[in-house]
Ligand binder design. Structure first.
Ligand SMILES: [Zn+2]
Length: 383
């Protein structure tokens, strides 16, 4: 059921299609993050109107609440949340490392206490695979060990080697689930694919070893993990530029948890096909609109009577109907609609940027788009 078709290339930039049991994803693709079965402050109808072709669900959150068994009884995550298009779930590992208390990592897995009620849990590679099988996402991720970008080479090596051992166990478990019924595990999406994750911090040698060992295990596709965790952008670009060409050209390449709009362009330029990030929705809730010229902080007094849309070059619902003055008023007044309208714009901007990237690759003008983008876009808030 899972298939990747590489349609065009323009230098290292790639235009393709990922086929899944719930439909096709045009790549390069951006995946809005629906942490707990909802992309924060927008509805599934908004996402369909925005032409989001895939969303991401967080296994850690869904496992704790409402629970993967409940979601399996409801027929899987697609049915439970009323989203007919593709879904990718992460393994839960990243949230264990960033949210959970008292975590203890051993070769067995990650033992932790829930950030919700303090209850004790053990997330193993097998359990992370089982949970995602019950959720029934189209793309499941292996459990990996994440380390801080400041980890030294020895710490990064330990985590990378453990991630490889965990990847092998995750794959073994998925193959068992595919081979036949396993007690207590309802597989709600038999066509689910599983991606391996390349670790190794900012150390090129470790990234090479991780890529080799993970490819040897054999997955439907591969992701680059452990980046966008605080390292400077140029360091991240170097690691992506080193790692992406090590991955099979006939499989999609997913860069996890990235990033700012200019990161997307720069990483497509290095051969990445799939992205996810909470940034467009999180920043929207904090009143930051991401536009073709850069971030716009809507609460600023200078927008109090500004009749312009957030981004005059944007065709989204928010920009077609509302002024900066109105959006500033909603934000200052604490109206929930502020988060919705800002999120609709930010998601549109991300998804539209990916559309323009895909077009440029087909027409062989990606380099031109990249230059133009950098000429207009600045990370500093607009003055
Ligand atoms: Zn807009």
């Amino acid at each position: 059921m899972f298939e990747f078709k590489l349609l065009h290339t323009d230098g290292p930039a790639r235009r393709g299609e990922v086929h899944t049991p719930h439909g096709v994803i045009q790549t390069p693709a951006f995946m809005p993050v629906g942490t707990r079965g909802a992309v924060k402050s927008v509805t599934q109808r908004d996402l369909e109107d925005l032409d989001a072709e895939i969303i991401l669900g967080n296994t850690y959150h869904l496992y704790l609440k409402p629970g993967d068994a409940l979601i399996a009884r409801a027929g899987g995550l697609h049915k439970f949340i009323g989203w007919p298009r593709p879904i990718l779930t992460d393994s839960g590992g990243y949230q264990v490392f960033s949210l959970a208390a008292m975590r203890r990592i051993t070769d067995a897995g990650a033992q932790f206490r829930s950030h919700l009620d303090g209850s004790l849990h053990l997330l193993t590679p097998e359990r992370a695979t089982d949970i995602q099988a019950r959720l029934g996402s189209d793309i499941a991720m292996v459990l990996d060990e994440c380390v801080a970008s400041t980890a030294d080479a020895a710490g990064a090596r330990d985590a990378m080697e453990r991630s490889v051992r965990w990847a092998a166990r995750s794959r073994q478990r998925l193959l068992e689930l595919r081979a036949g019924p396993v007690a207590d595990v309802t597989v709600t999406n038999p066509g689910q694919a599983q991606f391996g994750i390349i670790q190794g911090g900012v150390h090129p040698g470790l990234r090479t070893e991780s890529a080799q060992a993970t490819i040897d295990i054999g997955f439907e596709a591969y992701a680059i993990g452990g980046l966008s965790v605080g390292e400077p952008a140029d360091v991240m670009y170097d690691v992506v530029g080193h790692t992406a060409p090590l991955l099979p050209a006939d499989r999609p390449r997913y860069l996890m948890g990235t990033g700012m709009p200019d990161d997307l362009i720069e990483c497509v330029a290095r051969g990445i096909d799939m992205f996810d990030c909470v940034l467009p929705t999180r920043n929207a809730r904090n009143g930051q609109l991401l536009t073709s010229r850069g971030p716009l902080v809507i609460k600023n007094a200078r927008y109090a009577e500004d009749p312009l849309p957030p981004d005059p070059d944007c065709g989204c619902y928010t920009c077609r109907h509302f002024s900066r003055a109105y959006l500033r008023h909603l934000y200052i007044a604490g109206e929930m609609t502020a988060a919705t309208l800002n999120s609709v714009h930010n998601l549109y901007f991300y998804l539209d940027t990916m559309r323009r990237i895909r077009e440029a690759i087909v027409f062989g003008t990606f380099e031109q788009l990249r230059q133009e983008f950098h000429q207009t876009f600045s990370r500093r808030p607009q003055q």
